[in-house]
Design a protein around this ligand. Structure first.
Ligand SMILES: CC(C)(COP(=O)(O)OP(=O)(O)OC[C@H]1O[C@@H](n2cnc3c(N)ncnc32)[C@H](O)[C@@H]1OP(=O)(O)O)[C@@H](O)C(=O)NCCC(=O)NCCS
Length: 234
């Protein structure tokens, strides 16, 4: 047996033991779940996990009943057969639902809250948390390093491309990519079609800032010439 095989066996044993040791800390955990070493969670009692859920290495999945002098009744539901990749980071102060058979890749951030920042006399860290509900539909696929920001609903069987930042709702049966994530494909019941801007429209939109810059430069030039004329006229 080579060393990597031995390491895999030891890791498997550790995972089984670890999952067994922490399962009663959760609000609920179904059967045949796998949680890899080591999960960080200060309030796992607010997390309700279905059957056969997988949670990767070093996940930080938390619910916050309190923040400074605010109190919440948080609950995170993770549906059966859902997989959360390594280094997943999920923060919940309200009721967040992640559906069944959801595939969440590595390094994904999902949050239903943000720090208030409007009061400029106090550090952001000291300002109240603001709740905006988040929901992820059954069978969705969230790519690597995606951020799902507060207030977003991702529809059933939708796909979010790697490194995207989801700032608005994504309807069911869509592929969305980019920051902010925009829908590029949609399933119409028969096939997946490209949607969004045609290449020609993209080219036109890209040319707008350049055209605006040109006009601003022209306006500056015209104003400078007027000032020069006025100075010359005495
Ligand atoms: C979203 C995804 C599934 C789309 O795949 P696809 O349907 O084959 O899409 P295409 O490769 O045809 O790309 C379509 C367009 O979207 C763009 N695009 C695709 N993925 C993108 C991404 N993550 N971010 C930004 N743009 C992206 C492409 O550049 C292309 O643009 P163009 O038409 O202007 O050239 C794939 O790109 C992706 O990001 N997969 C996630 C991979 C991952 O994280 N895996 C983790 C393992 S669980």
């Amino acid at each position: 047996m080579n060393f990597l095989k031995l390491q895999q066996r030891l890791t498997l044993l550790r995972t089984k033991l670890y999952t067994r040791l922490i399962r009663n800390s959760f609000g609920a955990m179904g059967k045949d779940c796998t949680v890899l070493w080591s999960m960080r969670s200060h309030h796992p009692e607010g997390i309700f996990i279905g059957d056969r859920v997988f949670i990767g290495n070093d996940a930080w999945i938390d619910t916050f009943p309190r923040y400074a002098n605010q109190t919440f009744t948080p609950r995170l539901d993770i549906g059966s057969d859902t997989m959360i990749g390594h280094h997943g980071h999920i923060m919940v102060i309200g009721h967040m639902k992640i559906g069944r058979h959801v595939l969440i890749a590595n390094g994904v951030y999902i949050s239903d809250n943000l720090h208030g920042y409007e009061d400029v006399s106090r550090p952001v860290f000291d300002q109240p948390l603001v709740h905006r509900p988040v929901e992820i539909g059954d069978e969705a696929w969230i790519g690597e390093n995606v951020c799902v920001l507060p207030g977003v609903k991702i529809g059933r069987h939708s796909v979010i491309g790697s490194n995207s930042v989801v700032t608005r709702d994504i309807p069911p049966y869509c592929v969305a990519v980019g920051a902010p994530a925009a829908v590029i494909r949609r399933f119409d019941g028969q096939e997946w079609n490209r949607v969004g801007k045609s290449d020609a429209r993209v080219a036109v939109m890209r040319s707008i800032p350049a055209a605006l810059n040109e006009r601003v430069a022209y306006a500056h030039q015209a104003a400078a010439m007027e000032r020069a004329d006025a100075a010359a006229a005495g």
